[in-house]
Ligand binder design. Structure first.
Ligand SMILES: *[C@@H]1O[C@H](CO)[C@@H](O)[C@H](O)[C@H]1NC(C)=O
Ligand SMILES: *[C@@H]1O[C@H](CO)[C@@H](O)[C@H](O)[C@H]1NC(C)=O
Length: 259
């Protein structure tokens, strides 16, 4: 018994050492893949509206009653409801006539790419692409601007858009075919620090296929919010629909590779 124990203990040590030598860099789930599977997890990881309020560059004003948590399918549905008599908001320096009540959520954790690090951020969507609907899934600066990485944005033209503001005046925007918008599609952004210590590189995937690679200058060390919003009109054109439309997001996952 004793001898056997000693032998197996030393085997154990050897294999443990090998495992620690070969172990890849540790990753951390910043948002676990089941954050929409219960109201407790939802409120641990998500807030309602934008970090700065209830409007942003479009004709929808946001509130929590237009956000539906579907715990059984680990998803959230944002519903835009055409509404008259809403008045105006001032956003991005212009006065905008509101035409919709809709929903927005943003992640409680923020995202700061560290030197040598980065994130994988992914989710699945049923997103409308008709004129005047402007759903999005995006990262934007906590303070100052940019950074902004639009992991997915649908601007009412039947396409999906992937964009990164390299600087405040230089943006790379790639619009890609988006077949069958009423079915579920998966989007992933691999956000990684480059070795120059300041640039961030982003690989954008649609349904597992790399679509484009973009860069953000001076993004390392800058905190970003992650937002899921169902904005209307604005970049998606107007007039938008005069009925209800929905945008569903499921299985959000954010993994950190920061050292
Ligand atoms: C991004 O901006 C940096 C700094 O201005 C510049 O050196 C670089 O060429 C730009 N890259 C792209 C892809 O636009
Ligand atoms: C639109 O949504 C609102 C609020 O959720 C609901 O009261 C209304 O019945 C919906 N209308 C239609 C036509 O589905």
């Amino acid at each position: 018994m004793r001898l056997l124990f000693a032998i197996s203990a030393s085997f154990f040590l050897v294999s443990f050492c090998n495992a620690s030598v070969l172990k890849p860099r540790a990753t951390t789930a910043v948002i676990p893949p089941n954050s929409f599977s219960s109201s407790t997890l939802f409120s641990e990881y998500w807030n309602y509206n934008y970090p700065w309020g209830d409007s942003h560059n479009g004709a929808a004003i946001m509130d929590s009653s237009h956000v539906t948590l579907n715990t059984g399918s680990n998803s959230v549905t944002l519903t835009s409801v055409y509404t008259t008599g809403l008045g105006t908001v001032t956003s991005g320096g212009s006065t905008i006539q509101l035409h919709y009540k809709s929903g927005t959520i943003y992640a409680k954790p923020t995202f700061t790419v560290a030197a040598g690090g980065g994130y994988d951020i992914s989710a699945s969507f049923i997103a409308p692409t008709i004129k005047g609907t402007w759903p999005a899934f995006w990262l934007t600066a906590v303070s100052g601007w940019p950074p902004e990485i639009d992991i997915a944005e649908w601007k009412g033209d039947g396409l999906i858009s992937f964009n990164t503001f390299n600087t405040s005046t230089v943006v790379k925007a790639d619009d890609v075919a988006y077949p069958n918008p009423s079915s579920t599609h998966t989007v992933k952004a691999e956000v990684r620090a480059e070795s120059d210590g300041s640039t961030v590189k982003v690989n954008f995937y649609l349904d597992g296929v790399l679509q484009t690679t973009q860069f953000g200058a001076d993004y390392i060390g800058k905190a970003m919010y992650l937002i899921v919003d169902f904005q209307m009109e604005g970049s998606s054109g107007s007039p938008g629909p005069t009925g209800n439309t929905t945008y569903t997001i499921s299985d959000v996952s954010a993994i950190s590779y920061n050292p």
